[in-house]
Design a protein around this ligand. Structure first.
Ligand code: ADP
Ligand code: MG
Ligand code: MG
Length: 248
């Protein structure tokens, strides 16, 4: 499904990813853990197609299709979704309008009809309830004045609505309490399926109590330095990342 091959990425002239190789087969959930500054968000933005991240080597493909030839909108239309570590605010745009526009753009790209106003309202209310967001938030400007936790819930609302083929979740758990972590787990587990893949980036093991990953990778110094099963996350919780920082 998602194949990343010997990826090298520079930001502002500094090489951050230094030959990263990763393979997430369809139907699987992989977790990436790693110290601060190791390049986790750089990886997310690069896969999503952010302009600031210059790919100097390697490739990224989704279901056999090379993503580096596509811009961010085209990648989203292919079913790639990124839940941001720091979700942006968009003033002047109502949350409902933002989500409906994005949803319809994806449907259009897939050759599907636009969702009707009535069906949209029904769906967005249902998903707002699922992620624990008050309906009233949907009428406010997108993310403006939302708390950190509310912004993360909004990311999960979008993921639940868009039903992406592949989702990257960049520290969705940071700043969330235990109940919200469980909600994130519920959203992911409801979407899990043989045709869908997830890359879950997290600093802490606790989210993985709710989302049992098929594999865990350690990203340090711009490369995957260790891979294993779910037990690797528990091991890291005890041993920390120091060993990898020294090795990188
Ligand atoms: P992580 O998400 O693992 O904490 P990041 O990918 O955010 O790490 O950052 C990796 C390194 O790249 C850091 O040293 C960071 O300062 C640098 N970096 C990331 N984005 C930018 C940017 N837009 N401009 C300059 N440096 C950046
Ligand atoms: Mg960080
Ligand atoms: Mg980050």
């Amino acid at each position: 499904m998602l194949k990343i091959d010997n990826l090298k990425v520079s930001v502002g002239g500094n090489e951050i990813l230094k030959g990263l190789t990763l393979d997430v087969p369809a139907g699987e959930v992989h977790a990436i853990m790693g110290p601060n500054g190791s390049g986790k968000s750089t990886l997310s933005y690069t896969v999503a197609g952010h302009d600031d991240y210059e790919v100097t080597n390697g490739g990224i493909s989704l279901s056999g299709e090379e993503l580096l030839d596509l811009d961010a909108n085209e990648r989203a239309a292919k079913g790639l979704f990124l839940s941001f570590q720091h979700p942006m605010e968009i003033s002047g745009v109502q949350t409902m309008t933002f989500i409906r526009t994005a949803l319809n753009a994806q449907r259009k790209a897939r050759g599907e009809e636009e969702i009707s106003a009535a069906d949209f309202i029904k769906l967005v209310r249902e998903k707002a309830k699922l992620v624990g967001l008050d309906d009233k938030k949907l009428k406010r400007q997108f993310n403006v004045g939302f708390s950190g936790g509310e912004k993360k819930r909004m990311e999960m609302l979008q993921m639940a609505m868009f039903e992406p083929r592949f989702a990257i979740m960049d520290e969705t758990d940071s700043g969330l309490d235990i109940d919200a972590l469980k909600m994130v787990g519920d959203v992911v587990n409801a979407l899990r399926g043989p045709e869908r893949g997830f890359l879950v980036i997290t600093h802490y093991q606790r989210l993985l109590d709710y989302i049992k990953p098929d594999a865990v990778h350690v990203l340090a110094g711009g490369q995957i330095v260790k891979s294993g099963g779910p037990e690797l996350a528990l091991e890291l919780e005890k041993s920390g990342y120091e060993q990898f920082i020294e090795a990188a």
